[in-house]
Ligand binder design. Sequence first.
Ligand SMILES: *Cc1c(COP(=O)(O)O)cnc(C)c1O
Length: 486
Amino acid sequence: MDDNQNFLSRSLQSVWHPCTQMKSHENFPLIPIARGDGVWLYDTDNKQYLDGVSSWWVNLFGHNNPRIKDAIKLQLDRLEHVMLAGFTHAPVVELSEKLAKLTGLGHAFYASDGASAVEIALKMSFHYWRNTNNPQKTKFISLQNSYHGETLGALGVTDVAIFKDSYAPLLTQSAQMPSPDFRLAEAGEGAEAFALRCASALEAYVSEHSHVLAAFIIEPIVQCAAGMGMYHPVYLRRAREICTKFNVHLIADEIAVGFGRTGTMFACEQADILNAPLSAHSSLSAHSSLSPSPSPASGRGELNPLARLRERAGERGGSCRVSDIADFVCLSKGITGGYLPLSVVLTKDEIYQAFYNDSTAKGFLHSHSYTGNPLACSAALATLRIFETDNIIAKNREIAMQITAKMQVLTDLPIIHLRHQGMIHAFDVQTQNTNFSRTCYVEALKQGLLIRPIGNTVYFMPPYTISEVEIDFMVDATLNTIKKII
Ligand SMILES: *Cc1c(COP(=O)(O)O)cnc(C)c1O
């Protein structure tokens, strides 16, 4: 125990933690993690915690996953790293081809973190317009409550005051469009009608400013950092139509939602799903449900507005491709199964060709030291192989239904907006506790559960390997936690 205390104070002396007011650790101890296995993390006293947030949305197939581990080990014996300027290697080529096949976007530019991928997409869009004689198209728009990362360019298109306001003088200004997050709808307004109303506002803005607009960046289907704000997929289709009509790029930030999180391989694939003919035996809830609040006070009208979505089998699960919606897609987080930092921006031929020139300055001269790291690429390839061989998209549908069913035990609590989208489940807690998220986090840890509410939103985003027993544990621990603190 003394050793542990000593270790924790050494840690606090030397390590500056992310997204943390370090002074808060005067009251809340750090948790020293010694190892992980499956959905579980074990601290140095061997107390175990169920990782209900997939270690900040990165882990897909559990900690200590033998297949991803073996792939990295195999690559480690061949080549750990080589610079990607002027050189290439098998893992990066194979991964780029696979991602091109999955998304329809054939040119892959790599970095190490999500925010770097956002920077790359913004710069590429801007530079494309410059290279094609539209130098006046320099501005970006994003959604209200959007989150795209913490570097200066990414923060410029982020709309979270607590992250952004301190740095305001450093940031490029961008305009925010009304968010189609269903929680913001008028009482009685359906998710689809609300999404269409938001799309009309988008069209009004874009039609007026298109001459200076480079790109619209958007988190498809779920605005995770906004508190799992979910919206109707018709918004994506309309956004694509509007961007095409007014000659503005659409950047899909699938850093959080990519790789199966929303029930399809990529969230964009759900965009035109309502166009698809309904099969006679369609299930009542395919990927998602935006249920009306269980609290009668909220007065939401429409029942399960997304329940008509058609269930689709297949490798990706969706009814269209990312390339039908996006000019650029940013991927990271789950791409390596949570093993190594890797991000990528994928784009299409037309954009790539605008940089292909005898002039060096017209090329995309951006770089990071670890671009296309072979170990990270091999972890990503192993992750994609698991999706293929284990039919993960279909399997996740079963798991998501188990979580949805189990969550019925929560409905006696004062909660609203109980919702889910694929492997993301969330609800908002009505409480007088002004420090709800922190209190909930700390109390849940005592019960052996890692969840990190965002404001009053509690959500589950566990690894896809979670078992039914573990689901029961996760939801029961949440129930007990909330009962204690509200
Ligand atoms: C996490 C996240 C980012 C930033 O990724 P980092 O790897 O943390 O830099 C960007 N966009 C979205 C939607 C994210 O969830």
